[in-house]
Design a protein around this ligand. Structure first.
Ligand code: ADP
Ligand code: MG
Length: 701
């Protein structure tokens, strides 16, 4: 009977008429009694507090008042028709208003009888009024349980006007509890309940809807958050484990001579501890017979490239090929030049393939890839073209992951018998907690240490009105032989305006920094790719001192002699973009600066962004602030927002619980991969149910 009842449609629940049922299904996606039980209040109101009418001050907040109706009248015509009641207590008078159900309400209201009214107030024509209040006779109200924590459920305009009030929901849930009498199956193992001192499932559900005390509520919330995060992690960890056991990859049995030779004789610098650790993690993956799927996070300048190169050497040492894919031609080219220098030292063949590679060169590359004589291919999306066939691609590295979709990643798989090992590198620091939930099925490595000797970049926020000082500062740096970036925002919708800003800016800089002392480069998205390349190269070679650009230089470009990054209209950039841009300087031995130029009027968000940039250069800290400002959905792109569609847990605030849940998921699956043991029965049953109801798949699809 119990399970039948919980699975019965809401249509049969107390207070739910057919039209209300339809509304609830449509607006809230609640179909069964069980769904209803899992519709949690979003906050709690103190219903032990009553206001007097003369205490009313603010509008649009819920209040509770005791008083009597002295008059009732219907006013207005047709659509403007409404029922207005005059409501008084010993301190004053207000109005209650109904626009719908006028006749029925009119007939059911009692005059001069004490009522408790509850609802949001408005202020109109000099009087406070309350549209569609919840009404209860004082006598009845006294006998019912009042709590200082009355649950408030999320509602919509349509629900309200359809009569699905907070009380309807609450009464319905109360009815469910009365019917099931605590017979709700436990969804966690008793071992977990004991270890973590969690309340039982029935206890937690009851207290989330009808808290017996603040302490009960906190415990209930904790348990339900833990449970929610635990099952997501269980799913992700399981997927990761299945992947490892099922998806075979090439097993690179040895490190190989290339690696040893390079590591022992040609390493350009000593690796940081973090780099060493990550190389070890990758080496372990490559040595197992499962396909590697690893995300490498490392702040700009943390030295991901050498890690990528060393990983490629392992593939090469086992007679496999490797490729490195970058999101833009400039970046791919720069990678190619950097890697070629290293490759040359140990006699490795390496080529570059981009959209502008000539047909004749392409042919050579295709052939060399197919016969295996070409060992490393660096390039853009061009690598993914069907014509590009490897003899035996063993490792594919993708730089700046956020520009590539999963689809493109899987395209690489089609290129051979086994999928190649995949290493995705990103400089967009994703807060660890978020990465755990979104990429929980990938393994994650983090380079959390910058190479030694880096001077931290000094960041300043200046207003447009201080431009003369800015020019003075730039001149001083240029005199020292340094180079300067000046970046303008470019947002497509307002392209015209942006180009005007950019051009005006360029002209004023050319005026301020005249030839022959100073050469100014300009690079923007509308230029031909060859022209862009030419201008970029002039700056890279130090022939120009100032680079005026749009955000095309955002990713990856490396000019160690550039020490000043000026960001114009900085308020228009997001935090992660600002951080990326700032990462273009501070790459050499000299003190570098980042100057954020803004107007005087700034939104609160913009102020926080500027303050954060000035305060810290830690990419992870910045990412956390970004997450708080923008919310997870926005940060990760909409297609992933399903992951974050949480019922009760908060990905930003509940990181400790998330970590705990993840640890438990790992521990349980390590000990009992198929969840077969007696004690894990509740876990397996719950997990299977979640999958059956597709609640978990939503998280990962
Ligand atoms: P990113 O992680 O942003 O791709 P890079 O790999 O481009 O960073 O490295 C940034 C700069 O730091 C490069 O000039 C690189 O040669 C240098 N570098 C990387 N690792 C070290 C290290 N361990 N010691 C000194 N310099 C390093
Ligand atoms: Mg890089």
């Amino acid at each position: 009977m119990r399970s039948d009842f919980l699975h019965s449609p809401i249509d049969y629940l107390k207070g739910i008429t057919p039209s209300r049922a339809a509304l609830i299904k449509k607006e809230l996606g609640i179909f069964t009694a069980r769904d209803m039980l899992h519709f949690f209040p979003y906050r709690y109101l103190d219903r032990t507090e009553y206001l007097k009418i003369n205490q009313l001050q603010n509008t649009n907040v819920e209040v509770q008042i005791i008083g009597k109706i002295t008059h009732l009248k219907v006013v207005g015509q047709q659509r403007g028709k409404r029922l207005v009641a005059t409501f008084t207590d010993d301190t004053g008078t207000m109005e209650l208003v109904w626009f719908r159900g006028i006749k029925w309400i009119h007939d059911s209201l009692k005059i001069n009888t004490p009522y408790v009214i509850f609802g949001k107030t408005t202020f109109f024509n000099g009087v406070f009024s309350m549209p569609h209040p919840e009404m209860e006779l004082l006598e009845k109200h006294k006998s019912s349980l009042r709590s200082a924590m009355q649950p408030m459920y999320r509602s919509t305009e349509k629900l309200n006007s359809g009569g699905v009030t907070n009380r309807v929901i609450s009464t319905c849930i109360q009815h469910i509890f009365e019917t099931i009498q605590g017979r709700i199956a436990e969804t966690l193992s008793s071992e977990m309940l004991q270890n973590l001192k969690l309340p039982s499932k029935p206890d937690a559900l009851f207290n989330i809807h009808f808290p017996q005390s603040q302490a009960h509520l906190v415990r209930a919330q904790y348990r339900l958050k833990f449970e929610e995060l635990f099952y997501i992690q269980l799913q992700l960890v399981r997927k990761n484990k299945i992947h490892k056991s099922k998806i075979k990859g090439y097993q690179f049995e040895k490190i190989g001579n290339y690696f040893h030779d390079f590591y022992n004789h040609h390493l350009p610098f000593e690796l940081t501890e973090a780099q060493k650790r990550v190389v070890k993690e990758i080496r372990n993956d490559l040595g197992s017979n499962a396909q590697m799927n690893r995300l490498l996070q490392g702040d700009v300048g943390s030295g991901k490239t050498i890690v990528a190169f060393l990983s490629m050497l392992i593939a090469l040492g086992n007679n496999f090929q490797a490729c490195l894919m970058a999101p833009t031609e400039i970046l791919a080219t720069q990678h190619y030049h950097g890697l070629s220098e290293w490759a040359e030292k140990i006699g490795i063949s390496i080529k570059l393939l981009t959209g502008s590679t000539k047909t004749s060169e392409r042919k050579i590359i295709h052939e060399a890839l197919e016969d295996g004589s070409l060992q490393i291919l660096v390039g853009t999306h061009a690598i993914l073209e069907d014509k590009v066939q490897f003899k035996n691609l063993g490792l594919a590295i993708v730089d700046e992951q956020h520009r590539f979709g999963v689809e493109q990643r899987s395209k690489l798989w089609l290129k051979n018998k086994f999928p190649p090992h995949i290493l995705v590198m990103t400089a967009t620091p994703i807060p660890r907690t978020l990465a755990m939930s979104v990429y929980g099925d990938l393994d994650i490595s983090v380079i959390d240490e910058l190479p030694p000797g880096r001077k931290s970049i000094q960041t300043m926020h200046r207003y447009d009105s201080h431009r003369l000082q800015l020019f003075y500062f730039m001149r001083e740096e240029i005199k020292k032989g340094r180079q300067v970036y000046v970046v303008y925002p470019l947002i497509e919708e307002s392209e015209k305006m942006d180009y005007k800003d950019l051009e005006d800016g360029y002209h004023s800089i050319v005026r301020e920094f005249p030839l022959p002392d100073c050469q100014v480069s300009i690079v923007h998205g509308k230029m031909k790719s060859a022209d862009k390349e030419y201008e970029m190269n002039r700056f890279v070679k130090g022939e120009t001192q100032i680079m005026v650009a749009t955000t095309v230089i955002e990713v990856g470009v490396n000019v160690p002699n550039a020490t000043v990054m000026v960001i114009e209209s900085a308020e228009r950039f997001g935090l992660s973009q600002l951080h990326q841009l700032r990462g273009r300087v501070g790459r050499g031995a000299d003190q570098s600066y980042c100057i954020l130029m803004t107007g005087h009027k700034l939104s609160n968000d913009a102020k926080i962004r500027m303050q954060t940039m000035v305060r810290t250069t830690d990419g992870f800290e910045i990412a956390e602030v970004d997450l708080k400002l923008r919310g997870p959905g926005d940060l990760m792109g909409t297609q992933q927002s399903g992951v974050l569609n949480l019922r009760i847990a908060d990905i930003v605030k509940d990181t400790e619980i998330l970590k705990l849940a993840r640890n438990y998921a790992f521990a349980i699956l390590n000990e009992d991969p198929a969840l077969e043991s007696e004690k894990n029965i509740p876990i397996r049953r719950t997990f299977e149910n979640l999958v059956k109801r597709r609640e978990i798949w939503e998280y990962i699809s």
